[in-house]
Design a protein around this ligand. Structure first.
Ligand code: ADP
Length: 710
């Protein structure tokens, strides 16, 4: 087997070399180029995707930065306003309020002058809250009457008289704070005197008319009055009014938290909350109270935000203002360059933009005007705005993350571990980065392989390669098969020659030696020798015929031939050959058999082959029938035996050259596998056809049908 393979490979060396040089090598080279081209294409697409991503990220960055720059410019402009240079607080408040209070990007503003206390929070602190000392403003006679009112109230406990005096003082006093104080005193005295209805009304008046005034101890008068009015309304049993004022107070506190200190804010808020809670707990539910409860719940939600703002303001006081003050004190000359500052406090970034305030002659920096940026608005307002205007690939996702990589906007939804593009802000302000992720499902897969020219080229080459390899393997397989047939054939033919030759030689030796004297015995020996010689002749004839057929040189000599005579001669010949016990051979001729235009020799040999097969495969005692019949059109010659038969799966192959069936290989007498091939050739050369029927173990029938040509 291996030897055959080696020989086959050697024989097909040229073919293999040609295959290698003309198909394999070019295919391989082209495939390598194709794969590289695909890789390049992928790389190009990846690059393109990255560029698109970078463009998108830069667009987002530019959008956010432009917002900050706009704000910077506005800040700078305001900081150079004469109001700021001249420290005109009223104008400062007015300008700041106008520009900053409505800007969603700004959370709070800070004003800082060299060597002065910082003004923070700048927004929502009203200018006239800077308290004017009410007592100082009062003249001497007024002061004496005020003292009298106090004595009436606190010492003599004549509340009615005290209230009347306060009322009088309220009308005569000048100055808002003093007027407010007197009105409050009147209300307080009425309250003490038990006239809650009137007291409540007066307190409400103070709260609405003098909400911006402070008490002598600098407490917010409006708020205190409101608290008292609630108390008084409660006393009179007017729950509706009490609740109304409670809510008013709550709302006011939440709207203007920055006017108070953090502690004040919290205290008043909890007082108002408690008052409201107790009022609402006692109230019977009705249509009105439902609405009130709803409003209260809304306000409570607002309260949570305000509390957060307060703590943020606290942080700014602690973390940013000292930093800013330090920068200001170290700053040299005035520069229009904005100051940007960020600090991570408690996990979130405090972002500050500031502009320098020049001094009067514009040389030194006299102060700073800063704003705390609302980073939530940057993330939830500005970023989506930018995202809405930038074209993004499918599956692309943009997030803003801090420098440590913690996402600030949204969650990383895609499975991509690394961002395709990362973009940082200039000067790291804000100290964030823009990360663009591309879902892997998109990305490189955008390369549509099926439409790729190289892909098809490679596929074609692979198919060609596979086909070439298949052909080569087939050729080699075929070559190996031929080699096997050849060697089997040589061994079969040698065997076929050897058996009769050995027998002839042995018999001849005995005859020549004169050892056989008995005439009958001698006759038997001669007949065996004749039989073996016939066998050898048949064999040689077969081989010669076969080689002629293979070379296309086989010629037939047609003449009118008596097939009956040929059949009779062959049957007699075989019978004569039968020295040992064998099957019985019978010739059956049905009626008149016309002569055929045929090659008598070829017909004889064909018949001899059929008979020799029948004899070979039929045991002694069984019958072989040679039948001749004619239907006027054809002459049919049948050789039917009762032998071992042919395996059903081999019946179709018996006419193939070199074919030897399993039954033959198991049999002691082997053949060459050429007999039936030759028979078929002869029959077909005569325009006839050959049929075979066989049943394993029961026998076979070969029918040759020759047309009668006139
Ligand atoms: P060979 O010359 O070796 O006999 P043939 O071509 O005549 O070869 O026959 C081919 C094969 O057909 C045989 O090896 C045998 O298996 C089968 N065969 C032919 N004739 C008969 C038969 N009469 N009975 C059984 N098998 C037969």
């Amino acid at each position: 087997m291996l030897e055959n393979l080696r020989i086959a490979l050697r024989k097909q060396k040229k073919l293999i070399l040609i295959f290698f040089l003309t198909i394999f090598l070019p295919a391989l080279t082209l495939s390598v180029f194709g794969v590289r081209a695909i890789r390049n294409e992928r790389f190009r697409l990846a690059k393109q995707e990255e560029n698109e991503g970078r463009r998108a990220a830069r667009f987002i960055k530019a959008h956010i930065q432009s917002k900050l720059e706009d704000l910077n410019r506005a800040l700078d402009e305001i900081a150079r306003d004469p109001a700021f240079i001249g420290k005109d607080y009223a104008a400062i408040y007015e300008r700041s309020e106008k520009r900053f209070a409505t800007d969603p990007l700004i959370r709070q503003a800070i004003l800082l002058y060299r060597n002065e206390e910082p003004l923070f929070p700048l927004l929502l602190v009203l200018p006239d809250q800077k308290p004017a000392d009410s007592r100082k403003a009062a003249d001497a006679s007024l002061a004496a009457r005020m003292r009298r009112a106090e004595a009436l109230e606190f010492v003599e406990k004549n509340f009615r008289a005290a209230a009347a005096l306060h009322r009088e003082l309220h009308t005569t006093a000048s100055g808002r704070n003093l007027k407010a104080e007197m009105l409050t005193g009147q209300a307080r005295c009425l309250q003490k005197g038990g006239d809650y209805g009137e007291a409540a009304r007066l307190y409400a008046r103070v709260a609405s008319e003098y909400s911006d005034c402070l008490t002598p101890s600098r407490l917010p008068l409006g708020i205190l009055a409101r608290l008292q009015s609630i108390e008084c309304f409660k006393r009179t049993g007017d729950f509706q009014q009490a609740v109304k004022h409670g809510l008013e107070l709550f709302r006011e506190l939440l709207k203007k938290p920055s006017a108070l200190s953090e502690d004040q804010f919290k205290t008043y808020l909890s007082l108002a909350g408690e008052a409201l809670d107790s009022l609402l707990a006692g109230e019977k539910s009705g249509q009105d109270s439902e609405e009130i409860r709803k409003e209260y719940a809304d306000l409570k939600r607002l309260q949570a935000d305000r509390v957060k703002e307060w703590s943020a303001a606290g942080l700014i006081r602690k973390e940013i203002i000292p930093e800013l003050a330090g920068t200001l004190s170290q700053s040299g000359g005035y520069s229009p360059k904005p100051y940007r500052f960020s600090k991570n406090v408690g996990g979130s970034d405090l972002l500050l933009l500031a502009a320098w305030i020049p001094d009067r002659d514009g040389r030194e920096a006299a102060g700073m005007l800063g704003v705390q940026l609302d980073s939530d608005y940057l993330l939830e307002g500005v970023l989506p705005e930018a995202l809405g205007n930038v074209p993004l690939n499918d599956g692309a996702e943009v997030i803003l993350a801090d420098l440590a990589g913690r996402p600030l906007s949204g969650e990383r939804g895609t499975s991509a571990a690394l961002p395709l593009v990362t973009e940082y802000f200039e000067d790291n302000f804000p100290p964030w980065k823009i990360e663009l992720f591309q879902a892997p499902a998109k990305g490189l897969e955008t390369l549509d392989l099926r439409r790729n020219f190289y892909f098809w080229t490679i596929l074609t080459l692979l198919v060609v390669l596979a086909f070439g390899a298949f052909l080569i393997i087939r050729t080699i397989g075929h070559e190996m098969e031929v080699l096997k047939i050849k060697s089997d054939f040589v061994s079969s033919v040698s065997h076929e020659f050897k058996t009769p030759l050995t027998s002839i030689r042995a018999l001849m030796e005995r005859l020549v030696d004169g050892k056989v004297r008995d005439g009958a015995k001698m006759d038997q020996y001669f007949s065996i020798i004749a039989q073996d010689t016939d066998k050898l002749t048949r064999l040689v004839n077969n081989l010669l015929d076969f080689s002629r057929i293979e070379e296309g040189k086989k010629k037939y000599d047609f003449s009118d031939t008596d097939i009956v005579r040929i059949a009779t001669e062959q049957v007699q010949g075989f019978k004569k050959e039968q020295v040992l016990a064998g099957p019985d051979i019978r010739l059956e001729i049905a009626g008149e058999i016309p002569k055929l235009r045929a090659d008598a020799d070829a017909l004889s040999r064909a018949l001899a082959n059929l008979l020799s097969n029948a004899v070979k495969f039929t045991p002694a005692g069984k019958t072989i029938r040679l039948g001749l019949s004619s239907d006027g059109e054809n002459v049919t010659l049948e050789v039917e035996d009762e032998g071992i038969g042919i395996h059903p799966d081999e019946v179709g192959k018996v006419f193939e050259k070199f074919f030897q069936g399993r039954n033959a290989l198991a049999h002691s007498t082997r053949g060459t596998g050429l007999g039936l091939t030759l028979v078929k050739h002869v029959v077909e050369a005569h325009g006839g056809r050959i049929l075979v029927e066989s049943r394993l173990g029961l026998g076979s029938k070969f029918s040759l049908i020759f047309p009668i040509k006139t």
